[in-house]
Ligand binder design. Structure first.
Ligand SMILES: [Zn+2]
Length: 390
């Protein structure tokens, strides 16, 4: 395998006598980026803040019917008991203890997860292929990720769906990759999405710092799944709308060829706090949940052209926004300042990580020799400026 490590070496050789004449005359070398094609054309923008508070969404009779249907191995009596209790919990008049209430909600979450999130089935939005497409394209859009690493992102795009017990440090039962808004989050199932994302992105950064580029991209690949899921409104509710979860996923899958061009964006979001930014994104996609459900609650919507166009427009918005966040997450994990290198004469740059060399404080003369040696596997976006002020 090609070693995708870039090494920047800066040697500073000083003459034994610093010429006073030179010291008086500040000399600044021309500052120009080595290469900025591609990535530099993309616009980094701040993610729009969602400030409108979400309204409470109560599961509909259709949702409860769906819940009843998916509890496949329970008796009719047991199903009815659970649903009646759950309805009381949602109404706020359950007589059960908090612990018992949680148990009821967990039972429901367990069956919904099996029905809507099992891997290998259509029931994953974005579906299996769609996750792969999103992760790969996010890397591709950025213009600086190597083919090998784009493939790594693709290979790990669905890892989280096959490892719902991860990250194990969160003690999850079944990680639904969600951030629940306007509904009741279920312990063990919900609200681990943003933190899972951040955990793996920071692990990627740690790997970069140790020079383990391949492992870094594996972690990025794992992480991206969580942000992609949050672009799906059905990952922002626990019971509400779940009756349409699979139906919407299938619809997206079936119309993917008409929708996928929404992935080609020319800007990405500046990510400063992955988990907080992910929650903000969940609030964004959540705004469309009721609209999607309303469309899908309309009898005959599948053959109604106007409703299909509406759904396409919403979905295209969601796909574009998902892409901008996904790209931003890659940038967050790959382009961060290296440890302070002031005074050192050896600065490693691992793959796409941006490093800064600070040699401002080194005494110098016109005999200072700075050698920048770059051993790169591709003509990358190295926004390096070699500035010397003496
Ligand atoms: Zn998922």
């Amino acid at each position: 395998m090609k070693r995708a490590v870039a090494v920047l070496l800066v040697f500073v050789m000083l003459s034994s006598v610093v010429s006073p004449a030179m010291a008086d005359k500040p000399k600044v070398t021309e500052q120009k980026p080595v290469k900025t094609i591609g990535f530099a054309k993309l616009k980094p923008v701040k993610p729009p803040k969602v400030i409108k508070p979400a309204k409470k969404l109560k599961p509909t009779e259709g949702d409860w019917k769906f819940v009843k249907d998916v509890m496949y191995d329970l008796t009719e009596k047991e199903k009815n008991r659970i649903i009646n209790e759950a309805k009381k919990i949602y109404e706020g008049n359950s007589k059960l203890s908090k612990k018992e209430q949680t148990k009821i909600l967990q039972t429901i979450a367990y069956y919904i997860t099996i029905a809507t999130e099992s891997s290998g089935d259509v029931g994953i939005l974005w579906s299996y292929d769609t996750h792969e497409d999103l992760s790969y394209t996010a890397g591709d859009n950025l213009n600086y990720v190597t083919s090998a690493h784009k493939n790594t992102l693709k290979s790990y795009a669905t890892w989280a769906d096959d490892h719902r017990e991860e990250p194990t440090e969160f003690n999850v039962t079944q990680n639904r990759h969600s951030w629940v808004i306007g509904d009741i989050p279920v312990p063990g199932y919900d609200n681990y999405g943003p933190d899972s994302l951040e955990l793996y992105l920071n692990r990627a950064r740690n790997q970069f710092e140790q020079g383990n580029v391949e492992e870094a991209y594996v972690y990025i690949g794992k992480a991206l799944h969580y942000i992609e899921d949050l672009g799906n409104p059905f990952h922002t509710s626990s019971v509400y709308g779940q009756a349409h979860h699979i139906g919407y996923e299938s619809w997206v899958s079936n119309h993917w060829s008409e929708l996928k061009s929404a992935m080609y964006v020319n800007e990405y979001y500046i990510i400063t706090d992955p988990s907080e930014d992910a929650k903000n994104f969940a609030a964004f996609s959540h705004q469309y949940l009721q609209q999607i459900c309303d469309i899908m609650n309309t009898p005959g919507w599948e053959n109604n052209q106007q409703l299909n166009e509406q759904l396409k427009s919403i979905t295209r918005t969601l796909i574009s926004e998902t892409m901008k966040y996904t790209m931003g997450m890659i940038v967050y994990a790959t382009k961060f300042e290296s440890p302070d290198t002031a005074g050192s004469n050896y600065v490693p740059i691992y793959d796409h990580q941006t490093s800064y060399v600070n040699i401002n404080d080194v005494a110098c003369s016109d005999q200072v020799l700075a050698i920048v040696e770059i051993d790169h596997t591709y003509p990358a976006d190295l926004s390096k400026t070699a500035g010397l002020s003496c």
